[in-house]
Design a protein. Structure first.
Length: 601
């Protein structure tokens, strides 16, 4: 079903195309267009050209052509985008009009059919080879569809034909095109080929640095970034790229280079912000704080520095300082908004306010946190704010108030409805009201059938209550609805193994989960537990030790300890269990394990 807004846009485009089609036999002019945007790819109005526009074909507007133009637009309005694509593409080939090929691209992209979109784009290029937009669209689609043969040569040709002034943009476009390839190493190789003739341009070096970073080739990324800065010493972007690509491998050198650049370019604000983040990343908190203080002195009007100072204070556990800075930031933000002045904000909306909420919660000032959230009225942010208010009331032990907050919410769609149910269920679980938590999810499962999130959590509650048949039914339904749900396979396999039931099937289920998420510590733990239940302690230890190295979680430690105990390595087992006991003295799983094994710490 197409939305009314989308229907109106298609109708407007259709009427515009119809009007221009009726006139193209006489005009030969350029068709006005509204443009068309789809996720990840765009076809923009009246794209850039090299050379003069191609003269439109002199084709008599017959009744058949008019009928087919209208038919394609009507088909699109009705959601039959495949038919609309086919009709427009057939018309383009017959009339030799590139605008119709472009329209076919739009229809195909809207339906998500990359292959047909690429076919249409190639026809578009054939009909108007001078249209840079057509070539760029064709290249982008080729990359998105995984058709890389000849792509490097095509991009190299595109860059070669661009004027000196256009070359930097053509280089950037080449990198964006190749950014659509999943194989980042292959993308870097193709970009190397595409930039053969312009390699020494700073834009080429920067493109190669970014592509190398995406391909996890950190040494080359840093080399290319340094080459870009050498070619353009005053470029803040190049200096930033050196910092970003070298902070892990050569932190001292790139930080020193960044400080030197800032000393000669004191207005390089964005680079200074990056430097603060880099200093925090390498645990130089004093250096980061000093840089922020310097920025504040250099430009007192840059009140966003207050936000960064607050964020840094929070990250380093200085909650009182964090509240002081963030409160000052919020006060200035409110003053500027009241005066009608522009209010620059951090990347995420309400970031300062939400950080203040976090500070208040950690200081157990729950009423303050609740009131801060009450001030969020923007529709996009208000819903999650209300969910968090409910959680805060639950932390205060005011369970009825928490549920009242959730009860008055009016979810706009299934996603929000599921979030409400999941929040209420978690609040009840935390209050140890398992029967009520189960009922909330069971009701939600009826209201929002076949939702994997609800079914999985409901299955886990059933497992906790010993309702194994119900758990298995739900998990198998999750797998049927979402075959790549690794944790559904894992939960079912682990549950069977833990009860020593159908061990070959349990192993197959956990193997499937491991194939989907090979580095998940909990799934690796399950594999070790399966082998333990099957009597293969040596293989069990190999999995459990790897799981624990990835994530030293209490449950994994308890499992590893039990297998060590069964393998005659009691001292190692006791040490692991002591560590768990010190961090979580009341761990129930540890208590029951020790009792079952008749072990002492």
């Amino acid at each position: 079903m197409l939305s009314n807004t989308y229907r109106r846009k298609l109708a407007a485009l259709g009427l515009g195309l119809l009007a221009s089609t009726m006139a193209f036999a006489q005009s030969g002019g350029e068709e006005p267009s509204d443009g068309f945007l789809v996720p990840g790819l765009s076809v923009s109005p009246q794209g850039p050209r090299t050379g003069a526009p191609k003269a439109l074909p002199q084709v008599e507007l017959t009744g058949e052509i008019l009928f087919q133009v209208l038919a394609s637009e009507v088909a699109a309005q009705r959601g039959a985008l495949s038919a609309a694509t086919g009709t427009s593409l057939e018309l383009a080939r017959f009339t030799r009009d590139p605008r119709l090929a472009r329209r076919a691209v739009e229809f195909a992209l809207t339906s998500g059919d990359l292959v047909r979109a690429l076919d249409a784009a190639q026809v578009w290029v054939e009909l108007d080879p001078a249209d840079v937009e057509a070539r760029q669209t064709s290249l982008s689609l080729a990359a998105a569809a995984g058709r890389i043969e000849g792509l490097g040569a095509a991009l190299r040709s595109r860059i070669a034909t661009a004027s000196a002034a256009e070359k930097p943009a053509a280089i950037v476009e080449a990198r964006r095109v190749l950014g659509r390839l999943e194989d980042r190493r292959r993308a870097l190789d193709i970009l190397d080929e595409a930039l053969t003739d312009v390699r020494e341009l700073p834009e080429a070096r920067m493109a190669l640095a970014r592509a190398a970073a995406a391909a996890n080739d950190a040494p080359r990324a840093l080399r290319e970034a340094r080459a870009a800065q050498a070619a353009q010493p005053d470029s803040e972007a190049a200096a930033a790229l050196v910092l970003q690509t070298g902070i892990e491998s050569e932190p001292d050198k790139v930080i020193a280079a960044t400080r030197a650049f800032i000393a000669s370019h004191p207005k390089a604000r964005e680079l200074r912000v990056l430097l603060v983040r880099a200093l925090a990343q390498v645990q130089d908190v004093d250096g980061a704080r000093a840089e922020l203080d310097s920025m504040s002195r250099a430009n007192p009007e840059d009140f966003e520095v207050l936000y960064m100072q607050g964020a840094l204070a929070y990250q380093t556990g200085q909650l009182d300082d964090a509240e002081k800075y963030l409160k000052q930031y919020s006060a200035i933000e409110d003053q500027r908004a009241a005066a009608g002045q522009p209010v620059p904000t951090p990347p995420e909306g309400n970031a300062a306010l939400l950080l203040r909420v976090q500070v208040a919660e950690e200081q157990k000032r729950y009423d303050d946190a609740y009131e801060l959230l009450q001030g969020i009225q923007d529709p996009a942010a208000a819903f999650p704010a209300r969910l968090r208010q409910a959680v805060i009331r639950a932390k205060q032990g005011r369970l009825d108030d928490a549920r009242k907050v959730l009860a008055i919410l009016d979810p706009r769609d299934t996603r929000e409805g599921v979030q409400v149910a999941m929040t209420e269920s978690q609040i009840l679980r935390d209050a140890n009201k398992m029967d009520e938590a189960t009922k909330v999810l069971a009701d939600a499962n009826t209201k929002y059938p076949d939702n994997p999130v609800i079914m999985y959590d409901l299955a886990m509650l059933n497992e906790r209550e010993g309702k194994i048949a119900e758990m298995e039914t739900l998990l198998r339904r999750v797998i049927a609805v979402k075959p790549d749900h690794a944790h559904a396979y894992n939960a079912l396999g682990y549950s069977l193994a833990d009860r020593k039931l159908r061990l070959p099937e349990a192993k197959a289920l956990v193997e499937r989960a491991l194939n989907l998420q090979p580095d998940d510590a909990f799934i690796i733990d399950s594999m070790g537990w399966v082998y333990y239940r099957m009597g293969d302690n040596a293989r069990a230890l190999s999995y459990l030790e790897r799981a624990y190295s990835l994530r030293p979680d209490a449950e994994i430690a308890i499992h590893l300890g039990e297998v060590l105990w069964a393998s005659g390595q009691q001292d190692k087992a006791r040490q692991l269990w002591r560590d768990v006991s010190q961090k979580d003295p009341g761990n129930e799983a540890l208590r029951t394990t020790l009792a079952r094994l008749e072990a002492t710490l």
